[in-house]
Design a protein around this ligand. Structure first.
Ligand code: GZL
Length: 360
C-alpha cells in the first residue's frame, strides 16, 4: 500500500514540475528503491523446499541475513519442491505488497505469468540459485547462483584425468548418472557436463535417472540400477544427498565403495560439498565432491542494498566454487564455463583441517 501512496505523491509533485520520471499511477519500475516508513525492508522468499543438506544451508543463510536485527521482515515460504506452491507464494507476496521478491525456482520454465504480475505490481524480483527460462529477462532484476555447466565440466574433466592416471581407459568406465530434479538448472548443467564427456572420452553411460536431489530417491535409483547392471564402476550423483543414498545401496549390495576402480571398487562422485559430503570424502566413500556454494544470503542482500541506493546491479552473478578430492592424483582441471571459454580449477585434498574451516 505504501508504494501506491508514494507513487501518487511523486506524480503529484511531478505535476507541480518538481520531479520527473514517475511511472504510471500505483506502479514503480521494478528496479527502484523501496522500503517502509520505519526503514524496514520486507522480503518475500519462495524457497524450493528442504530436500537436501544444501537447501538447509541455503535457507539458513537467507534467514540469518534477512533478520529483524538487520532491518528486514522476511516472509519465508517452503514450496516442498512444487512449482505451483511457489507461484501461490509469489502471488501472496504481491498481495502483501512486499518490497522485494526472492525466488529460488524449482525448475527453469513456467514463470513468465507470475513474474509479469510481480513486475506490474512494481516489485523487484531477484532469482537465487537455479535460473529461470523466461521470454523477457526484464521479468527479473538480477540472478545470483552457480555455474552448473562448469560444475559438470569440472567433475568430468577430473574423472577423465583420474582414470587416465590410474590406467583405466574411457571405454572401461561404466557410469550411472543419478540426476537431480529434472528441469532444474543444477540438473541441466551437471548432466550436460556428463553427456559431453561421454561423447568426448568414449565412456560407457549405463543409466541416467533422476534421484530428485534426495537421499531416499538416490538410494532407490541405485538399488534398481544394481539389479540391471553388474559392471557399474562410477556413480555420478548430482548432489550429496543422492550420494548418501547411493552409498547405502552399494554397501548393502556388497560393493566396495572407493576410488580404486582398477581393482573392483565403485567410485562415487558428488556435488554440493556440504559438511556431511566432505566427511564422506575424508572417509573415502565419495572420491570427488564438486562444490556448489549455498551461502546466498549476503549476496542477495548486496543486490538489495544496491537497489535501495539506486545503483545498477549485474544481471547475472556467478559465485566462485572449489573442488574436493580424496587425494592429489589430479591436481587441477581445465573446465568449460557457461559464459564460454575455459578456466583452471585446483583440487583441494580433504583433511580434518579443511573441513573445520568450511562455512557450511
Ligand atoms: C544447486 C541446488 C541443488 C543442490 C541440491 O544450486 O539447486 O538443489 O545441488 C539442492 O542439493 O537440492
Amino acid at each position: 500500500m505504501k508504494k501506491k501512496i508514494l507513487s501518487l505523491m511523486l506524480c503529484g509533485m511531478m505535476a507541480m514540475g518538481v520531479m520527473a520520471g514517475c511511472g504510471s499511477a500505483g506502479k514503480k519500475s521494478a528496479d527502484k528503491k523501496s522500503g517502509s516508513k520505519d526503514g524496514t525492508i520486507t522480503v518475500g522468499f519462495s524457497q524450493v523446499g528442504a530436500e537436501s543438506d544444501w537447501r538447509t544451508a541455503n535457507t539458513k543463510s537467507m534467514k540469518e541475513t534477512f533478520s529483524e536485527a538487520n532491518g528486514y521482515k522476511l516472509i519465508f515460504d517452503d514450496a516442498q519442491q512444487k512449482q505451483e506452491n511457489q507461484i501461490t507464494a509469489i502471488r501472496n507476496f504481491i498481495q502483501q505488497d512486499v518490497d522485494y521478491i526472492v525466488l529460488a525456482p524449482v525448475t527453469e520454465t513456467g514463470w513468465d505469468t507470475v513474474l509479469k504480475e510481480a513486475k506490474d505490481a512494481g516489485i523487484p524480483v531477484i532469482i537465487v540459485d537455479r535460473m529461470v527460462d523466461v521470454s523477457d529477462d526484464s521479468l527479473y532484476t538480477a540472478w545470483v547462483g552457480s555455474d552448473f555447466y562448469a560444475e559438470g565440466s569440472k567433475a568430468c574433466e577430473w574423472l577423465n584425468a583420474y582414470a587416465t592416471a590410474k590406467g583405466v581407459s574411457g571405454k572401461d568406465l561404466h557410469i550411472v548418472d543419478i540426476q537431480g530434479t529434472i528441469g532444474a538448472s543444477a540438473q541441466i548443467g551437471r548432466t550436460k557436463g556428463m553427456d559431453e564427456a561421454v561423447k568426448a572420452y568414449g565412456w560407457d553411460l549405463l543409466e541416467q535417472q533422476t534421484g530428485e536431489f534426495t537421499q531416499a530417491k538416490g538410494q532407490e535409483v541405485m538399488e534398481s540400477v544394481l539389479k540391471q547392471h553388474d559392471n557399474i564402476n562410477v556413480v555420478y550423483c548430482e548432489n550429496d544427498n543422492e550420494a548418501f543414498g547411493a552409498i547405502d545401496a552399494l554397501t548393502a549390495a556388497g560393493k566396495k565403495v572407493g576410488g580404486d576402480i582398477a581393482n573392483g571398487e565403485v567410485m562415487v562422485m558428488s556435488f554440493d560439498s556440504t559438511n556431511a559430503g566432505l566427511k564422506d570424502v575424508l572417509d573415502k566413500k565419495i572420491t570427488l565432491n564438486t562444490e556448489c556454494n549455498p551461502l546466498h544470503g549476503p549476496r542477495v542482500e548486496e543486490i538489495i542494498k544496491k537497489l535501495e541506493a539506486g545503483d545498477k546491479v549485474d544481471k547475472l552473478q556467478y559465485v566462485d566454487e572449489a573442488m574436493f578430492a580424496v587425494d592429489d592424483t589430479v591436481k587441477s582441471v581445465k573446465a568449460k564455463m557457461s559464459a564460454g571459454g575455459e578456466k583452471d580449477f585446483d583440487i583441494t585434498v580433504v583433511t580434518d583441517d579443511v573441513i573445520s574451516k568450511r562455512a557450511y
